[in-house]
Design a protein around this ligand. Structure first.
Ligand SMILES: Nc1nc2c(ncn2[C@@H]2O[C@H](COP(=O)(O)OP(=O)(O)O)[C@@H](O)[C@H]2O)c(=O)[nH]1
Ligand SMILES: [Mg+2]
Ligand SMILES: [Zn+2]
Length: 292
């Protein structure tokens, strides 16, 4: 039995990366009865047939599974933003952080691209709250080749999902790291009209140095539909030391009196910007739920 990693699925074929290259495989019939949804990133065992294709016999246990895009065994998410063009909006960064925390992705790396366009003093000021709560941030420029080696080192031997708004340079960064990828970049490619509900299927892209990357359009904002207003606090990591000491145990840190989280904001232990982002997302969740 051979082992490999699922790179992509196409019709009912699976492209399995193994040491020598890629083997096209089919699933053993019984998996279909189990409705087992094989995902990219899954490690599988397969038998090689005479025609060099394979039959997947076994799916090895998953470490984790990201739902949207569907990727198994993700080691880290690289939340990618641009320092400018498009401008860095903290609220958008906060939304991505919430979705990453909600997805239980343990390793979150914030990557700020296009730093050659930035006022670095202003950029540091914007990023300060995120450093303070412990997020790892790297600053790069695909264009000026700044910080690219550091980014590349972070990707070695891991499955990394690149997420972030369109136009920040995700595909450009990946092409710079692995020129063979030839990912489409720029306005024209991202503006290709596709139906609103077209789901893009994730694909694992192997790196020559070891490791895989997934170039995604990012989490969809419809993900917020699955987040309960009472759970949102869990996804603001810096709320954790305070949120259980509010007077009311149902406190969602909005209008309630004697709220430890709001007190921490007043005491400047929690950043006002982050708290405002919390309220913004909370109110969005509340207004959606009312529609039901
Ligand atoms: N100034 C500048 N532009 C960049 C940089 N990286 C990417 N771009 C440009 O940003 C635009 C969007 O890049 P793309 O990779 O398609 O972004 P994606 O939508 O996140 O995949 C393209 O026109 C790139 O040439 C950078 O470091 N600096
Ligand atoms: Mg892209
Ligand atoms: Zn509270």
């Amino acid at each position: 039995m051979l082992t490999g990693v699922v790179l992509k699925a196409f019709n009912s074929f699976y492209y399995i990366k193994q040491e020598q290259g890629v083997t096209v495989c089919k699933l053993r019939g019984r998996f279909k009865q189990e409705r087992y949804s094989l995902a990219v990133g899954d490690r599988v065992e397969y038998d090689l047939l005479d025609d060099e294709t394979g039959i997947i016999e076994k799916i090895l246990p998953r470490q984790s599974v990201l739902k949207r895009p569907l990727v198994a065994n993700v080691d880290q998410v690289i939340l990618t933003f641009a320092a400018a063009s498009p401008n860095l909006h903290p609220l958008l960064l906060d939304r991505f952080l919430v979705l990453a925390e909600y997805s239980k992705l343990k390793n979150i790396l914030i990557c700020i691209n296009k730093i050659e366009l930035a006022d670095l003093v202003l950029l540091e000021k914007t990023l300060q709250p995120y450093y303070e709560i412990g997020y790892k941030i790297i600053k790069v420029s695909a264009k000026e080749n700044i910080g690219m080696l550091e980014l590349k080192n972070h990707l070695k031997d891991k499955i990394s999902v690149f997420a972030g708004p369109s136009g920040v340079g995700k595909s450009t960064l990946l092409n710079a790291i692995e020129p063979g990828l030839n990912l489409a970049t720029g306005v024209i490619s991202t503006k290709i009209k596709r139906g609103k509900h077209t789901t893009r299927v994730a694909e694992l892209l192997p790196l020559a140095q070891g490791g895989f990357v997934v170039d995604t359009p990012g989490f969809s904002s419809t993900e917020f539909d699955y987040i309960q207003k009472t759970d949102l606090e869990d996804y603001f990591v810096e709320f954790r030391p305070y949120m259980d000491t509010c007077k009311y145990n149902t406190c969602i840190h909005d209008v309630e009196p004697a709220c430890s989280v709001k007190q921490a904001v007043l005491d400047k232990k929690i950043s006002q910007v982050r708290y405002d982002a919390y309220l913004n997302i909370l109110h969005e969740i509340q207004s959606k739920k009312k529609g039901f």
